[in-house]
Design a binder for this molecule. Structure first.
Ligand code: AMP
Length: 407
């Protein structure tokens, strides 16, 4: 039978049993973040459009369109397409820059981008991410990368590559962009439509392109290394030596730029080796200028964001089929069943009441299918069956029940 209504293009439902795995992944993400001393932040789904337009450069990137509208008071609103800008907005608004000299935050949230839906790319998706604000030390970059690798290993995602680069400060980046612009302009007519567009606004982003016609041109594009200052090169070397000491393997990738306007210094991306398209699991880097550009004090910062859907696809965690303690069936003796269910809940047990009043045979079959430990049938008598030992008895009350399950 076809429903009268369908979900919106690019969105999806998280249905059981997938929702169980989803929650397990979320609780792993939360517990690792807490282990590293990060605190959770939640921000509204809607924001003012300028938060992303002015600071992130979203309007310059045609592939990242936002869901936006004007409300009745002529405010231009959007469903948030990313989390770094909202986190920074909240960081400044809350005064955390005063109260938390080193502020470590993590988030798990739904984001919205009007992109062409395809496998691993939805219009509503979820990200887990962390932001460390206040430290310019290369050790902070290392901690952020270490946390990312711990997340992946706890989720059983193994076959991954960490690509890492340093894109320098704004001055370095500007010089590099000029050089790139010149290089790509020479090939303008051979570039994809998307990259031709990016050439007008942000030639750095062309390096992110996965379009076939761009790849060959990108291969020979100038490298950032030639533009990095001595200090930037030394910093990068120190970072890599810390990673070596932690035995985190990486691949230096001088074309990894993460094109959003606010990045500088370290950039990194972890991708999966096995899947062919949309294989970036997470990406991040430094954004030392963003807080100031949004009206806060000059504050260095570093973070990453991971797509939860992609983590779920790649995770080798198995759905632990959680058992139900008591499957409760009844015929006409509903009151007995409801009373005992109430007592079992108060005792802390998990229950499943079958309100379909099916036959004992049918209920027993379902109880086994649902992995229940006990089957309780409330009829003239109350019968209790241990589904693993097959022992059974008749009980009068919850005290009898407790004696039986302890025996
Ligand atoms: P970004 O914010 O674009 O740097 O993306 C960070 C991560 O979020 C990516 O590596 C993906 O895992 C995930 N991601 C980004 N866009 C989407 C999308 N449209 N659908 C699903 N996951 C996404």
């Amino acid at each position: 039978m076809k429903s009268k209504f369908q979900k919106i293009k690019g969105t999806y439902d998280i249905l059981p049993p997938e929702s169980k795995k989803w929650n397990e992944v979320i609780s792993i993400l939360q517990s690792i973040s807490h282990q590293f001393g990060y605190e959770e932040i939640k921000t509204p789904i809607i924001e003012n459009i300028d938060l992303f337009k002015q600071n992130i450069g979203y309007e310059t990137d045609v592939s990242k369109e936002m869901f936006s509208w004007e409300d009745s008071s002529s405010n231009q609103l959007v469903l948030k397409p990313e989390m770094t800008a909202p986190v920074v907005r909240a960081y400044i608004e809350s005064g955390f820059f005063r109260s938390k000299p080193l502020c470590k935050l993590f988030y798990i949230d739904a984001l919205f981008r009007r992109e062409k839906p395809q496998k691993g790319r939805q219009r509503q998706f979820h990200q887990f991410g962390i932001e460390a604000l206040g430290s310019s030390g290369v050790e902070q970059d290392v901690e952020v990368i270490l946390l990312a690798t711990k997340v992946l290993s706890h989720l059983g995602i193994t076959n991954t590559t960490l690509q890492i680069n340093n894109i320098g400060n704004h001055e370095t980046r500007k010089k590099y962009e000029e050089k790139l612009n010149g290089y790509f302009s020479d090939y303008k007519s051979n570039l994809s439509k998307l990259s031709q567009n990016r050439l007008e606004n942000n030639s750095l982003r062309i390096l992110d392109s996965k379009e076939k016609e761009d790849l060959e041109i990108i291969k020979n594009a100038p490298l950032i290394n030639e533009f990095l200052t001595k200090d930037e090169l030394n910093n990068f070397k120190t970072l890599l030596s810390h990673l070596d000491a932690l035995e985190i393997s990486y691949k230096e990738s001088s074309h990894l730029v993460r094109g959003l306007d606010y990045y500088n210094g370290t950039t990194f991306e972890i991708s999966n080796m096995s899947s062919r398209s949309q294989n970036a699991l997470l990406g991040g880097g430094r954004y030392d200028y963003l807080v100031e550009s949004m009206g806060g004090p000059s504050t260095p910062a570093v973070g990453f964001a991971a797509g939860i859907e992609r983590l779920l696809i790649e995770s080798s965690m198995h759905n632990k089929n959680k058992e139900i303690d008591f499957f409760i069936g009844f015929d006409s003796h509903a009151e007995k069943a409801i009373r005992i269910a109430n007592q079992l809940i108060d005792e802390g047990y998990s229950i499943y009441i079958d309100t379909l009043k099916k036959s004992e045979k049918n209920q027993l079959k379902n109880a086994i299918k649902m992995n229940a430990s006990f089957y309780l049938r409330c009829s003239e008598l109350i019968e209790l069956k241990n589904l693993s030992s097959k022992e059974e008895c008749v009980i009068n009350n919850i005290t009898d029940l407790k004696k039986f399950i302890k025996s």
